[in-house]
Write a new protein. Sequence first.
Length: 163
Amino acid sequence: MTYRVCFVCTGNICRSPMAESVFRARVAEAGLEDRVEVDSAGTGGWHEGEPADPRTVSVLEEHAYDSDHVARQFQPSWFSRLDLVIALDAGHLKALRRLAPTDEDARKVRLLRSYDPAAGDDLDVPDPYYGHRVGFEECLEMVEAASVGLLAAVREQLEGRAA
């Protein structure tokens, strides 16, 4: 049975595609690509059909991550097939929980940085879109740090499932 994770930010061109690429790489490194499916979406549809922001692509490629991406908007109907919905900031968390058709679906929504013990109380991944390239580098660092704990949590969930 496949475990499905979807990363969600605002427009699905900066933070969530970055998180998707990094986590997909971690899943592959762990040899779990046949058991874990990773994708991403945005809370809004402003950039649907567009590639990731060029700064996101550049930062990903410089760090040897896949950068192939097409933006899409998160749909409430997806909750039924997803195991975990990862919000990149508190605004996304609230929006996704409001979209959730059931309380069980709302409990699937988590903040990415909640998986990074070093994050402290600041669990938002800041939106780099209106800033400079350094914001994209900082975003990548936060995503990489949280991906370690997220992978451990997903592995724990997989232990109880049939391969």
